[in-house]
Write a protein that binds this ligand. Structure first.
Ligand SMILES: NC(=O)c1ccc[n+]([C@@H]2O[C@H](COP(=O)([O-])OP(=O)(O)OC[C@H]3O[C@@H](n4cnc5c(N)ncnc54)[C@H](OP(=O)(O)O)[C@@H]3O)[C@@H](O)[C@H]2O)c1
Length: 292
């Protein structure tokens, strides 16, 4: 137990499994009040008990949020605000890869909808509270997979024309970096920082939501590569560092790996694309009206 995060309130989305679960354990051990989100009550409760047990902290809470539903995200943000009077750190972590195309409740392609629009909407809904709690931090889990993409495919953000599971995943993780950099520009002077990260190649539940052979293949891949992949606890280190370390107080608009600032791809620095993605995301999530 430490007290580095004493009196701080932290939200970790997708805190019931993998990297998010270990991020929650780590931040609880540092004394934070940690709220995890899960989309499944039973999984969330099991994680809650595990986090409390391993961190020896009772200051951990579960709230439900399905990031494939804009109304569920809105309900979560409203419930969080009802229950809490501050938010010091938001860790956007919930996400995954989907090898076949599906749609969210609101008709968006699922990987883009959950991994990008989910981060975008929950952050914007909690932004007033983060600002009021400043200094505060937004930490978004991206991936090196963003480097494989040359730019956002604005003509087909919902992948209706063509679909590749890893391609769409890479787009969503590029969107996480573009979003972070644009957020940092918009938050200049507010005392709220925005950074993103690559957690490493981590033996989590990643890819195992796809069922059948694909889930088996993802699991086997990560298991076979055990000597060079990270445990969930190792994979959570950069998220915990960005959420808590005094070394990054005031640092904003950066991409990290292994708790060090690292260059992100040239495409992630395209300010026009970041602004365009922000405006489209505002319309898609209903934060702004679509043009007439
Ligand atoms: N593992 C890696 O090698 C790796 C590498 C780079 C980046 N990442 C990123 O790390 C983050 C965490 O992933 P992980 O590796 O820890 O995988 P994971 O073990 O599968 O955990 C993902 C978490 O996100 C939640 N989630 C997924 N879809 C959701 C939805 N629609 N609504 C609410 N929650 C949802 C999952 O909930 P359920 O348990 O209910 O599915 C789970 O809690 C992701 O953003 C991923 O892109 C992972």
């Amino acid at each position: 137990m430490g007290d580095q995060m004493k009196d701080k309130t932290v939200v970790v989305t997708g805190g019931n499994n993998g990297i998010g679960l270990e991020t929650a354990v780590g931040l609880s051990k540092l004394g934070a009040h940690v709220v995890i989100t899960a989309r499944n009550q039973a999984k969330g409760e099991a994680a809650l008990a595990d986090i409390k047990d391993r961190s020896q902290s009772d200051s951990v809470q579960l709230m439900l949020a399905d990031f494939a539903s804009l109304s569920s995200i809105r309900d979560f943000a409203a419930n969080f605000k009802k229950d809490h009077d501050r938010l010091d750190v938001l860790v956007n972590n919930a996400g995954g890869v989907n090898t076949s195309r599906s749609e969210t409740q609101d008709g968006f392609e699922t990987t883009f909808g959950v991994n990008h629009l989910g981060y975008f909407l929950v952050t914007n809904l909690l932004l007033d509270m983060l600002k009021a709690s400043a200094p505060a931090r937004v930490v978004s889990v991206s991936s090196r997979a963003h480097e494989r993409r040359k730019g956002m495919n604005f003509d087909d953000l919902n992948s209706k024309q063509s679909y590749s599971g890893m391609g769409v995943y890479g787009d969503s993780k590029l969107a996480n970096v573009l979003f972070t950099y644009e957020l940092a520009r918009r938050l200049k002077g507010s005392g709220v920082t925005a950074n993103c990260l690559h957690p490493g190649v981590v033996r989590s539940g990643f890819g195992q939501n796809n069922g059948g052979f694909i889930s088996f293949a993802f699991k086997s891949f990560y298991t076979l590569l055990t000597p060079v992949t990270k445990s969930n606890a190792q994979g959570a280190k950069t998220s915990i560092y960005l959420a808590s370390s005094p070394e990054v107080e005031g640092v904003t608009g950066k991409y990290f790996a292994d708790s060090k600032e690292t260059p992100s791809s040239p495409a992630s620095h395209d300010e026009e694309a970041a602004k365009r993605l922000w405006e489209i995301s505002e319309q898609m999530t209903g934060l702004a009206a679509a043009p007439a």
